[in-house]
Design a protein around this ligand. Structure first.
Ligand SMILES: Nc1ncnc2c1ncn2[C@@H]1O[C@H](COP(=O)(O)OP(=O)(O)OP(=O)(O)O)[C@@H](O)[C@H]1O
Ligand SMILES: O=C(O)c1ccc[n+]([C@@H]2O[C@H](COP(=O)([O-])O)[C@@H](O)[C@H]2O)c1
Length: 338
């Protein structure tokens, strides 16, 4: 049918209104678009941060990877004060599946301001490499966002960063968790101390994990980091040598290679890393992903779309709390990682 014959058809105006200027009809369309922009997904009438109402347990299969954005699964809200802090274990495997495997926990430290699909993919890429190349069995994965004392450009308040990580984990993953301990500390906590905290919670307080035969064994803890973070190991006065020996010798590191950075050459050239090379695993990005939180913040400030770069629940949280609209100098935004 010819649309111009439809009852509600409004002919294009024949005045000289410049393209892009709203006529009354398109003004309505525009206001509708604005409403949609404010609420990018379902739950149209509820706040993304509203307390979780326990609903009948959703039927989720053990390894389901479907989009869980609307199917909260294993909810746990982190404390906002150190006094109320509890180590999250709601998604930690209670028992090893295989007797021949070594239990492993993966910990990602960073700003996560905001968390993006790259930060979520890092864990999946690491999991694939571990399953393919090692005898480890991953029993849990944690984000540990830095505290507000880490004075870095563009850092939203830690309560926001922790909550965004929680939303991303709850709504897109069935195994990832967020630990707020580091973010709640009253001073900056070095990464070596953060890994010690995980060791304390998992191996000392809980005695490790149960094997299929019922005995408890120690859990290996590894730091998950991108190539850029690892390259900062070589920068003067950033990391203490003793910390690097502790992190790489007593724990270990999973390094997700970053576009344009040659992690393997760096590994060869760095004495401490080379010494501990057997405790370091390079995770290849078979599909390169270079989403950067810095650019996300810039896009938000410029009112550009960030959809499909981070989970919808995180986008909604940013919209509701009006994050990243502020005063981060653009020059520094573009300069920091380029
Ligand atoms: N493109 C990337 N490839 C691999 N790893 C990455 C990439 N971007 C970030 N990472 C890793 O993600 C972890 C969290 O880093 P961070 O929160 O600083 O992310 P970011 O996107 O680089 O943030 P910002 O842009 O604010 O510096 C770090 O281990 C970092 O190395
Ligand atoms: O422990 C250290 O000495 C240390 C030195 C530099 C960076 N880090 C950690 O590295 C993480 C990522 O930092 P960034 O600046 O890339 O967001 C963050 O968790 C920091 O606490 C840690």
């Amino acid at each position: 049918m010819d649309p111009s014959r439809a009852k509600n058809f409004i002919p294009p105006s024949d005045d000289n209104t410049p393209i892009g200027t709203l006529s009354p009809a398109s003004a309505i369309a525009q206001s509708f678009t604005n409403v949609m922009m404010e609420s990018v997904i379902a739950d149209l009438n509820s706040s993304i941060d509203a307390p979780f109402e326990p609903a009948p347990a959703p039927m989720i299969k053990k390894d389901q990877i479907a989009d869980l954005e609307e199917v909260p699964h294993g909810i746990l809200r982190q404390a906002k004060k150190l006094d109320d802090y509890e180590f999250p274990v709601h998604r930690l495997k209670k028992k090893l599946t295989s007797e021949n495997k070594i239990p492993l926990i993966i910990v990602a430290c960073g700003s996560f301001s905001p968390i993006t699909y790259l930060h979520l993919r890092m864990f999946e890429m690491a999991m694939d490499s571990i399953n393919e190349e090692t005898r480890f069995e991953v029993i849990g994965g944690y984000y540990s966002p830095v505290s507000d004392h880490y004075r870095k450009q563009g850092l939203a308040k830690s309560t926001h960063r922790v909550r965004m990580c929680e939303l991303a984990c709850e709504r897109t993953s069935s195994w990832l968790m967020v630990d707020a301990w580091e973010s709640l500390q009253h001073e900056y906590t070095r990464t070596a101390q953060v890994l010690d905290h995980f060791n304390e919670e998992i191996n000392i307080k809980r005695g490790g994990v149960e094997t299929p035969t019922g005995e408890k064994i120690g859990v290996k803890i590894m730091l998950l980091a991108g190539g850029d973070l690892i390259e900062s190991f070589g920068e003067p006065n950033v990391w203490k040598d003793e910390d690097l020996h502790h992190i790489l010798g007593n724990y270990g590191c999973l390094i997700v290679e970053r576009t344009g950075s040659d992690v393997r050459s760096f590994l060869l050239s760095h004495d401490i890393m080379y010494e501990h090379r057997r405790n370091i695993m390079v995770v290849k990005q078979l599909i390169y992903n270079d989403i950067s939180s810095t650019k996300i913040r810039l896009f938000i400030r410029r009112n550009m779309s960030v959809q499909y770069l981070l989970p919808n629940s995180v986008i909604r949280y940013i919209q509701e709390h009006r994050l990243y609209k502020g005063s981060e100098p653009v020059k520094q935004v573009m300069g920091s990682k380029e």
